[in-house]
Design a binder for this molecule. Structure first.
Ligand code: DAK
Length: 262
């Protein structure tokens, strides 16, 4: 891999987009490597992923403008599909993904962060969808996910005006869950990931699926999705371990249940 770093620490893995010379912009190779990295995650051991960018200046400064500048209509569609496929893989990845946004998150950078379950950022982070200033529309899901995450009115304002916003405004509109000084960002992401990783993994996965799938359908269908995923938990050893620990006599209880992911 030239542009992706992958590290595993216990049950938490970190993917770092590592193309600092171009502020971690997404070209085809970065997208291919990210795709291959996601395919290689060992889901038997890893229970939460962190996605971040190399350096202290940029998370991802967008899709690679140099590569896009000469695309034909057909190539543009193919590039959009490549990005959308990877972003959907991230969004529907079985385990939670936390975006630790450590600087610029513009265009495809904002879009990839929105494909993650949770966004936290450093105080120098800048978010935006500047595409209309480049003569294009957001092409990696920005028109869809921003409107769902903030509000349609706010998403339209940001996209139509191509205005970048700083970390505090991203927090105010609900695009990120928290803002940290740069040096505290990764530790905060790791702490959150560890907090997720110690929960019953199948239950966490089912929560992600219930929320994601439920948001795509009406509430009557959504609660049926929830019921099914809730029911599935009762076939797991982890449900027996978790409830068993709650009901055990005080002296036998453990603080952290050693969930086995089965
Ligand atoms: N692509 C390629 N290179 C980039 C880049 C990008 N998005 N962003 C930065 N770089 C490169 C710069 O060219 C420069 O390279 P050298 O000149 O050193 O070789 C290096 O990174 C450092 O950048 P700057 O010198 O510009 O650094 P500054 O601190 O002055 O400025 C900046 C930082 C982030 C404000 C600035 O670099 C900037 O404005 N970058 C572009 C941000 C942007 O517009 N991003 C959105 C890209 S559009 C679609 C599929 C996908 C998309 C759309 C449609 N379909 C197929 C339908 C997605 C679109 C986008 O993401």
């Amino acid at each position: 891999m030239d542009f992706i770093l992958y590290e595993v620490d216990g049950a938490v893995a970190t993917i770092t987009i590592n193309r600092p010379k171009a502020l971690n912009a997404l070209n085809s190779q970065v997208l291919d490597e990210l795709d291959a990295t996601l395919d290689a995650v060992d889901l038997d051991t890893v229970r939460c992923l962190i996605l971040t960018g190399a350096g202290e200046k940029s998370f991802v400064a967008g899709a690679d403008i140099g590569e896009m500048s000469t695309l034909t209509k057909a190539e543009g569609e193919a590039f959009g599909k490549k990005g959308n496929d990877v972003f959907r893989k991230l969004e529907s990845f079985p385990i939670p993904v936390i975006a630790a946004v450590n600087g610029f998150a513009l265009g495809g950078g904002c879009e990839i962060s929105m494909s993650c379950d949770i966004r936290i950022c450093s105080d120098n982070a800048v978010f935006g969808q500047p595409e209309v200033g480049l003569g294009i529309t957001p092409g990696f899901g920005g028109t869809q996910r921003l409107a769902r995450l903030v509000s349609p009115g706010m998403a339209k304002q940001l996209i139509y005006t191509a205005r970048n916003i700083k970390a505090e405004e991203a927090y105010r509109i609900g695009l990120v869950n928290a803002v940290y000084p740069q040096e505290e960002l990764l530790p905060a992401a790791q702490k959150m990931a560890a907090g997720i990783a110690k929960q019953a993994p199948i239950a966490v996965r089912n929560c992600k699926k219930a929320i994601n799938d439920g948001l795509q359908v009406n509430i009557d269908e959504a609660v049926v999705i929830e019921e099914k995923l809730f029911g599935d938990c009762f076939e797991t050893e982890d449900q027996k371990a978790g409830m068993g620990n709650f009901l055990a006599p005080k002296e036998e209880k453990v603080k952290v249940v050693p969930f086995k992911n089965c």
